[in-house]
Design a protein around this ligand. Sequence first.
Ligand SMILES: Nc1ncnc2c1ncn2[C@@H]1O[C@H](COP(=O)(O)OP(=O)(O)O)[C@@H](O)[C@H]1O
Ligand SMILES: [Mg+2]
Length: 116
Amino acid sequence: MIVLRGDLGAGKTTLVKGIAEGLAAAPQQHVTSPTFTLVHEYRGAAVTLFHIDLYRIDTDRELATLGIDDLRQEPHSLLLVEWGEKFEQIQAQSDGEIWIERIGENERKITFSRPD
Ligand SMILES: Nc1ncnc2c1ncn2[C@@H]1O[C@H](COP(=O)(O)OP(=O)(O)O)[C@@H](O)[C@H]1O
Ligand SMILES: [Mg+2]
């Protein structure tokens, strides 16, 4: 489980498009923002990618309804979580964080970090 961190419009969803295509889980044009649906699932031969957006999730109770623990148990699953840093329990369980900063129209700074 990787947290994708960055402001609105930083490029989190765009990065997921590239990762989905790179892992052959879905062509990039099939990947759309899960802002309203919260969880999108893309099944590839080698990886099942879960793209999750917690922007509209505000409470631990709402978070629990997504069943993230179950998704993590699925074989060969990769969870990419936008706005995961909002929740302590997501941060505590995450295997890393990709932080995207908008430097300019066509420039981004991307920092990857592992948990302490
Ligand atoms: N690396 C990048 N270079 C240039 N434009 C980008 C890049 N990443 C994203 N964008 C553009 O920024 C806008 C917002 O991207 P999006 O991935 O939806 O952001 P987020 O999910 O962080 O809110 C889109 O118009 C997208 O095309
Ligand atoms: Mg997004």
